[in-house]
Design a protein around this ligand. Structure first.
Ligand SMILES: [Fe+2]
Length: 383
């Protein structure tokens, strides 16, 4: 059962009727996801480091801050993804709305989208994202595979169409507003893939707030241009305050004719460090209001406990080998080991406490309202 603000089928139907939208027949199914056929990876022209944008070296889990857009999926793969994500069952059962983004599709991939699910779980895809991110990554958990942000006006030239819950006309005042305001993400890394044809658009950049550590960023902002269809951007969004700027049709520029806001569909998949011994600062602030909480908490708790189990196994192995090293079943250098042991136990206690804090009672979660993603983050504010 969805616990956040789901958009009922009746709302979707009425929007579709009022705008004469139709979901076109699906594209040809050319088999399961195949990295040789469906990946089109080419390295990004530039990768900005945390130092490049003026952040201290101890902020984040990787030296990489953000990539320029790079080709990731073929056009055929993108069309398959659109077919799956914009299908009736997904729109009926997995559509959410929040104060951060008006229309989102979440938690559908493992139920309704086998191609999308396989694309993101494939080791070759994960390896590509890890190489760009500068750290070995794993998909955050299944619920965060292929999160879709819808921000569009109908475009009859595309193969798939879908009604958004509210389609306001573009105006000068809105043009200057970001689509998503300043915030940090819940998850360490994010990969954003464009599923729309954007050649007729301007704007849509991701703007990053830079620090002044080491004189690197000068305290200004850095704009990363929007990816084209099938292209991706990788961002260490948990540690970098950023916002999404609005995309506009070229015709809306001075001298152009009035034009409706174009379709812009992005697919966002989140990642965390694969190594359970690496620090994990995951929170659930941005996703709690737009998730089935039972599902979210189960997947979140499962991977956190798996991490803890792995850490405990490593510590146990160290303790046993330390004991065996004496050859007499006795432990030497107890003082040093006691300090290390207490440090380990404190770290795991904090890890468990942070895990517990993120599991907020359902009655206290304001559905559809992200109340705390834009907040003071000590690691960022200290820049
Ligand atoms: Fe973000």
């Amino acid at each position: 059962m969805a616990t956040a603000t789901t958009l009922s089928p009746s709302i979707i139907t009425s929007n579709a009727e009022s705008t004469n939208l139709e979901v076109n027949p699906p594209t040809t199914n050319d088999g399961p996801f195949n990295p040789k056929k469906h990946l089109a990876f080419a390295p990004p022209a530039r990768i900005y480091t945390m130092a490049d944008i003026g952040l201290p070296p101890d902020v984040g889990v990787s030296p990489v801050a953000v990539s320029e857009p790079f080709p990731l999926f073929t056009r055929e793969a993108v069309m398959r993804m659109r077919d799956e994500a914009l299908a009736g069952p997904v729109l009926e059962n997995c559509q959410y709305s929040s104060s951060l983004a008006q229309s989102q599709l979440r938690g559908y991939a493992d139920k309704y989208a086998p191609f999308i699910y396989a694309a993101w779980k494939h080791p070759t895809t994960v390896d590509i994202i890890s190489r760009v991110a500068g750290i070995d990554l794993a998909v955050q958990f299944d619920l965060e595979i292929g999160h879709i942000n819808l921000s569009r006006k109908p475009d009859n030239n595309n193969n798939n169409t879908v009604a958004t819950p509210s389609q306001q006309p573009s105006s000068c005042s809105r043009d200057n507003e970001p689509i998503v305001g300043w915030h940090t993400d819940s998850y360490p890394f994010v990969c954003v893939v464009m599923l729309s044809e954007c050649s007729g658009m301007v704007g849509g950049e991701t703007e990053l707030r830079m620090g002044s550590h080491g004189g690197g960023g000068g305290g200004g902002t850095l704009k990363i241009r929007s990816p084209q269809m099938g292209h991706a951007v990788v961002l260490q969004g948990r540690y970098i305050t950023h916002r999404a700027l609005r995309a506009l049709p070229l015709a809306s520029l001075p001298g152009g004719s009035d034009s409706e806001e174009p379709e812009r569909i992005t697919m966002v998949t989140s990642f965390r460090p694969r190594d359970p011994h690496v620090r994990d600062d995951t929170v659930l602030t941005t996703v709690r209001p737009v998730s089935d909480l039972g599902e979210l908490y189960a997947q979140f708790a499962a991977y956190r406990l798996e991490m803890l189990a792995a850490r405990i196994q490593t510590q146990l192995a160290e303790l046993r080998s330390s004991t065996d090293a004496t050859g007499k079943g006795e432990r030497t250098r107890m003082g040093v080991e006691a300090r290390r042991l207490k440090e380990f136990l404190r770290e795991q206690r904090d890890f468990l406490e942070r895990t517990e804090r993120e599991i907020v009672d359902e009655q206290e979660v304001v559905k559809g309202v992200d109340t705390d993603s834009v907040r003071s983050d000590p690691s960022i504010d200290s820049m």
